[in-house]
Every structure is written in structure tokens, then in C-alpha cells.
Design a protein around this ligand. Structure first.
Ligand SMILES: Cc1cc2nc3c(=O)[nH]c(=O)nc-3n(C[C@H](O)[C@H](O)[C@H](O)COP(=O)(O)O)c2cc1C
Length: 193
């Protein structure tokens, strides 16, 4: 079995070596985000996720903010390592900032997280299907305050993840992932053998 969805799921990997090239126009990228927001389910249809799409200079600017934040709290090798990672993300075409609005839903925080994860996956897989690479990052402690001010975002939007993306750099091959034996993860009852 190899459905279009399975092909897209296989294409989705963590790509951290990117170029400043997009296979989609900027308008198509906006449509991709809109589609994911409208069609990703959320607990009680609460739709608590918020997204900011940063392209080109704005994407570079965001990672400069993250570097500034890192410089305030890290030093030495730790800082050098963080700055290098941020510089790598900066080489991409854009970054999707993923927020959760703390005001719109007062139910289970765990279920809200599940909904956020589904949206992140839909976006990540949609980008892969479009022929680009992306990764899921969690550098919000460095960049949240400056980014919210720079883009005049509501105080109730909490930055929970960042997804830098772009066409994957030439020659990049990802390691084959280790897979935990499925017998330890999956049981099936009642089906015909
Ligand atoms: C919930 C979640 C959080 C992750 N956080 C990070 C992260 O902060 N930084 C990072 O480089 N990768 C992050 N990853 C990527 C995982 O390490 C990666 O998905 C996993 O090793 C499998 O590799 P693959 O994405 O190539 O299939 C995250 C993935 C998930 C699903």
C-alpha cells in the first residue's frame, strides 16, 4: 500500500540544512498555512493555535532576535553552539511561528497540546509534500518577547514552536532512523489472520 498521504508522511523528515529557496510562491505558502489551520482538528473545535508566517528578510530577522536572546542567557561553547544552530535555520526561506492562545480555551491543557501537535504535523508534512524540508524547533525562550513586540502580537499568544523551512541543501542525506520493534508498540485483536 502506498497512498498519496503515506508518500507525504515518508517525505517528512527533520531537515536542518536548508536553502533560501521555496518551491511555492509566497501566496501559495500563505494558502498552505490557511489550509492547515482550517483543516487540523482541535479539542472541542477550540481552534486555539495561532500562526505567523515569516519569509525572507523577516525570517532572517526572527533568528537574529533568537540570537540576541541567547546572548543574554548563555555563554562560551553553549552560546556558540546555539548561535551556529540559529545561523543554520537562517539559511532557509522562511519560518512558521507556532503559537497557542491562552485566552480562547480553558479546558484541558493536555488536549490543547495534542491539537497543537496535529497542526504542526500537518504543516510539516504539507511542506514536505511541496518538495521542501523543515524542522520543528523550540527556541521560544530566546525569541518570544522580542518577536511579540516586533510583530505587535497579542500578549495571550504563547510561542510554542518554530518551523524553519526551505529547499533542502544539495547533497544532504539523512541517517536512516532507528525503529523500535513494532511488537513492543502495537497489538491487534479480532482481525482475520
Ligand atoms: C514534539 C517534537 C518536538 C521536537 N523538537 C525538536 C527540537 O526542538 N529541535 C529539533 O531539532 N528537532 C526536534 N524534533 C525532531 C525530532 O528529533 C525528530 O522528528 C525525530 O528524531 C525523528 O526524525 P525525523 O523528523 O527525521 O523523522 C521534534 C519532534 C517532535 C515530534
Amino acid at each position: 500500500m502506498s497512498t498519496p498521504f503515506q508518500k507525504a508522511a515518508l517525505a517528512r523528515r527533520s531537515h536542518r540544512s536548508l536553502t533560501a529557496v521555496s518551491t511555492l510562491s509566497d501566496a501559495e505558502l500563505e494558502q498552505l498555512v490557511e489550509f492547515a489551520l482550517v483543516n487540523s482538528p482541535s479539542t472541542m473545535n477550540s481552534q486555539t493555535s495561532r500562526v505567523v508566517l515569516l519569509l525572507k528578510e523577516e525570517h532572517v530577522r526572527f533568528w537574529e532576535m533568537a540570537k540576541n536572546g541567547a546572548r543574554k542567557v548563555q555563554e562560551g561553547d553553549h552560546l556558540a553552539n546555539t548561535l551556529l544552530r540559529h545561523s543554520n535555520f537562517q539559511k532557509g526561506y522562511g519560518t512558521i511561528l507556532l503559537f497557542e492562545d491562552s485566552e480562547t480555551y480553558k479546558g484541558s491543557a493536555q488536549l490543547q497540546d495534542h491539537g497543537a501537535g496535529i497542526l504542526h504535523y500537518v504543516l510539516w508534512t504539507s511542506i514536505a509534500e511541496a518538495g521542501m524540508g523543515a524542522s520543528l524547533q523550540h527556541q521560544q525562550s530566546f525569541a518570544q518577547d522580542e518577536a511579540k513586540e516586533a510583530y505587535s502580537l497579542p500578549a495571550t499568544w504563547n510561542l510554542v514552536a518554530q518551523m524553519p523551512f526551505g529547499v533542502v541543501a544539495e547533497g544532504v542525506t539523512l541517517p536512516v532512523k532507528s525503529v523500535v520493534p513494532l511488537e513492543t508498540r502495537f497489538k491487534s485483536f479480532g482481525g482475520e489472520k
